[in-house]
Design a protein around this ligand. Sequence first.
Ligand SMILES: CC(C)(COP(=O)(O)OP(=O)(O)OC[C@H]1O[C@@H](n2cnc3c(N)ncnc32)[C@H](O)[C@@H]1OP(=O)(O)O)[C@@H](O)C(=O)NCCC(=O)NCCS
Length: 152
Amino acid sequence: MKTIGLKKATINDKALVVDFDYRLDKVEHVELKREEKIKKAILNEECFMILADKRAVGFVIFDYRFFDLGWIELIVIEEKYRGKGIGVQAIDLICTQCKTDKVFTSTNSSNMQMQKALSKAGFSFAGKINGLDDGDPELFYYRKINTEKADN
Ligand SMILES: CC(C)(COP(=O)(O)OP(=O)(O)OC[C@H]1O[C@@H](n2cnc3c(N)ncnc32)[C@H](O)[C@@H]1OP(=O)(O)O)[C@@H](O)C(=O)NCCC(=O)NCCS
């Protein structure tokens, strides 16, 4: 597919991001107060719209809260655009703008899509944490970044 890009989300994008997240998991969206978290991420300039030929097809929240290293908090692609390579390209793009020499992220063991996308985007397995979601361990991944490129 097409040209994939990232654009820093503004408060005008909030409704769309909230909608992507709500449609992903309505219960978590409400219970985990995700609307508030999304608003905060936008105001902190940590939320990016994923664009495919300039159309918003998802978002990624990226910050430095994990041991002061680049951290992909959440990436969501709208369902009908999944499995077309957009996730891998978006992950790659977020890595190119990372200011530290490593990017970390995590996903559930059950999330094969995300694990495949991370592996295709050059991430390595870092370790497993039990006890977060019952019966579905959290798998951590990281990718080393060419900092010379990131500093420019
Ligand atoms: C995880 C996610 C961001 C990946 O983005 P994507 O655009 O679907 O991923 P890509 O198309 O780049 O594909 C990456 C790999 O996943 C595979 N994949 C896509 N859909 C899949 C599915 N339903 N089951 C298993 N693998 C799948 C792709 O085939 C590809 O591997 P391949 O090239 O070897 O076939 C996206 O699927 C998504 O938004 N999922 C729901 C939200 C989520 O789970 N976010 C991650 C948690 S933070």
